[in-house]
Design a protein around this ligand. Sequence first.
Ligand code: TYM
Length: 329
Amino acid sequence: MCPSSPPASPRLRVLSGIQPSGQLHLGNYFGSIRPNLEWMGKAEQSLFFIADLHALTTVHDAAALRQARADIILDYLACGFDPAKALLFEQSKIPEHTELLWILSTITPMGLLERAVSYKDKVQQGIAATAGLFTYPVLMAADILLYDVDTVPVGRDQKQHVEIARDLALKFNNAFGETLKVPEPQIRAEVAVVPGTDGRKMSKSYGNVIPLFGDEKAVTKAIMGIQTDSRGAKDPKDPDTCPVFQLHRLFRSKGEAEALSGEYRKGLSYAEAKKRLLAAYMGFFGAMRAHRSSLRAADAAEVLRHGNERAHELAAKTMQRVRKAVGLL
Ligand code: TYM
C-alpha cells in the first residue's frame, strides 16, 4: 500500500520535526519520516529538524538528551535523508525559534492553549504541568512560521498543533499586517494513527512502541507481544479491530491486505500473523537497519553544520520581517 508520492511542487516549502525523546518508532516513520522524505527533491525546500527544545519538556537527563539528539540524526540518514536535497537542523541552534515563540505568545489567547488536547493528555500521563509544556504549541508555531512553510506533513496527533500555528499566523497578520505565511497540515489517512503494541496510538510516552532501529531482540519482543483478544488459534478473527492487522497494512499492497483479511476471517492464528509481521518488518527495514548500524557520529557533523547554517539564514530573514512588523526595528 505505498501511497502515491507527492507531485513535484517547485514553489512549496515543507517542514517536519521530531522530538529526540527516545528511540524512533514505526509511528514516526510512517506518520512523518516517510511522507516528508517523499517531498525531498520535489518541494522548493524541504526542511527536517530535531525538536530538542520541545524534548526538554519531558527529558530532564542531559546524557539521555545528548544521546537521543545524536541518534536521531543518524536515524534520518539511515532512512534516506539526502543532504543534497534537503536541510536537517537542530532547533536549539537557531535562537530565532525562541524569539518568535515569545512574540507569538504575546498574541496567543490562553483559551487556545487551554483547548490543546496534547497538553491535557500529557498531564494525565503524569508529565509535569510546566509553563513550557503549556506553551509547547506556541514554540511549534514558531518552528513552522519561521520558515515560510506551506505544508507540514504530520500524524493526526499533531493536527491541532498545526492548526494553532495557522491561527497564530492569521492573528499576527491581522494585528501587524501581512508578515507570516499561513501553513496547512498534511495528514495521510492511511498512516494518520499507527497503533502501538497495546492498540492505542504508538507513542514513546505510552511505552508501546516498535522501534525502527536497535536491537533485533527488542523488535521481536515488541511484535510478538502485541496485545490481541482471547480468540483461539483457529477461530475466525476480525482484522478491523486487530492491531497486528493494522500494522500489516503499512507493509502491504491493497490486494495483499485483502488476502490477509480473508485469512483472518477464516481463522489465521495471531501467532502466525505476528510472525509474518516480523518478517514483513525485517524485509522492509532490513537494508535501513544495516545502513544505520554502519553510521558513525562523524557522518552527521557536516550535514548538521550545513543544515544549521542555512536554516539560520532562512529564520533570520523571517525574524527581520517580524521585528519590523511589531516595532522592534
Ligand atoms: P513527535 O516527536 O511526537 O512525533 C514526530 C512525528 O511522528 C508522528 N507520529 C505518528 N504518526 C502516526 N502514528 C503515530 N503513532 C505517531 N507517533 C508519532 C507525529 O505526528 C509527528 O509528525 N510536536 C512534534 C514535534 C514538532 C514538530 C514541529 C512537528 C515540534 N515542532 C513543527 C512538525 C512541525 C512532536 O512531538 O512530534
